[in-house]
Design a protein around this ligand. Sequence first.
Ligand code: BG6
Length: 607
Amino acid sequence: MCGIIGYIGKKQALPILINGLRRLEYRGYDSAGVAVSDGKKFTKIKAVGKIEKLAEKLKPLDLNGSVGIAHTRWATHGGVTEANAHPHSACADDLVIAHNGIIENYRELKEKFLKGHELKSETDTEILAHLIEVFYKGNLTEAVRTALKEVRGTYGLAAMHSDEPDKLVAARFGSPLVIGVGDGEYFLASDTSPMLAHTKEVIFLDDGEIAEISLSGLKISSLDSKNITKYSETIDWDEASAQKQGYEHFMLKEIFDQPAVFKDAIRGRYNLTEGTAHLGGLNMTSEQMHSVSRVILLACGTASYAALVGKYALERLAGIPTEVDVGSEFRYRDPIIDRNTLVFGITQSGETADTLAALREAKRKGAFVRGIVNVIGSTLARETDGGTYMHAGPELAVASTKAYTNMVAVLILYAIQFGRLNRLTQATGERLIAALLEIPTKMKEVLAQSERIKTIAEKYKDSVGMLFLGRGINYPVALEGSHKLKEISYIHSEAYPAGEMKHGANALLGPHFPVVAIMTKNQLYEKMRSSVEEVRARKSPLILIATVGDESARELADDVIYVPPTMELLEPLLNTIPLQLFAYHTAVALGRDVDRPRNLAKSVTVE
Ligand code: BG6
């Protein structure tokens, strides 16, 4: 996810652009750039690092101009370098664009349209700039329209051309863009936060729309050139809530981001008809992949619970023995590693010291080491010989949610990729991928219950402790649900494999001790049901996560949260969401600092 801002009006563009970027820094902050037009030519300045680095670079320059665009980057394609920072140009320097999103077919576009074009960066965005240049015949709006018709993927796009100095062109598909309507001036940005200081009149672009913004007015049209009339809205958000896009906390925004970012995690990484997955960054030959006799997943916190789901998937689909180790334990247990061991470091930040140290130990012992990372260019990403970016966008809340979901998505794709090398049939691979493609819609069905889950959470917020139960693939879900509740509500809780209850934890049960149990329809349903009946018999209040249609759950529980059915291995992608919301609403009801819980850090870079 990146931040875009544009301005056209009578004032100096530069201060508006830089201050605007500062309000968009939450959307990405590994590099930034600005392009300002003085009416004849563009001056383009870019810098690696946070916005302040760019601002320092601009200080000695006297950049005049009242039209410009700027961008703060969250790298998805290509490392964190000045060359990869936006805005991007094409062969000539008369066109500049800033882009937020993923151009999925950038390779095909390059092959088909850009022979002879010399590329200066590793980004998919630059390909789009060259494509617009190829179609430019004096009208930027039409060149953008023609180019976007060739594109598959997502974009929030801002473009300018020096032959049309009083024009900004914007286009949206999958990444937000909003136009601020001022008095003889217009603003363009990824959300409203940069424009609130100037105007509260905004027009939200919708997918498939192109806007031509000039001092003579605003023209909005569809990709197939139909004129569209849109009306401005008056927004009453303050800047902080605008950055959270109206959500009360970043954590809630990130929980609701999950359907969209899940699509980014799988985008371009599967082949439905062949029932296969292909994670290009793995950087292993076919024989190396066949030589893998064991997988070890190293992670901490929430990432370790995603890793547990990965264990089930890799063993069931690929038949490869898989272990999960928390980073802080791994190297002190003298792990047995050989050159047929594949070790993944799974980490949102890519900076967690325990995970890094464990991975370095594995590397010393000769294992294949790969990363599943969110932050591009992070330490772990650089120290591994390949891996996969989970494309969850910046995750700002300390408690991880969308990164967890995308870790699970990537691990399931790896299980399919390795599985299809041997035991996994095309038919099963196809069914798994088809089921993955339905996940975003099913996630939204669960998210729609947020208010009801809030009511349930408020009933139990004063509990002294809680128990989370699951079996099989839902045991890691129980672990993550318990982890979420602990880390943001500070209520003590723990998770148990339901079958273990009779060997001790039953002693805890009673009216004072609520239990959350995941009893969805899968191969262990009957076994889980009998565990739940044991809990019921001991009078613990019971919250059930059950499959839509399982009406019998209502007789067993005080509260039931229904989730849509899916293939068993994919259940964590849905069953975890009610537990994220349960923890979130409990923490809010208790007045906790949800985005910044006490004693915790977003990434612990010390051992
Ligand atoms: C902790 C965070 O500090 O680090 C957790 O509070 C997170 O939410 C854990 O799961 C691991 O972080 P990372 O960046 O390695 O996934």
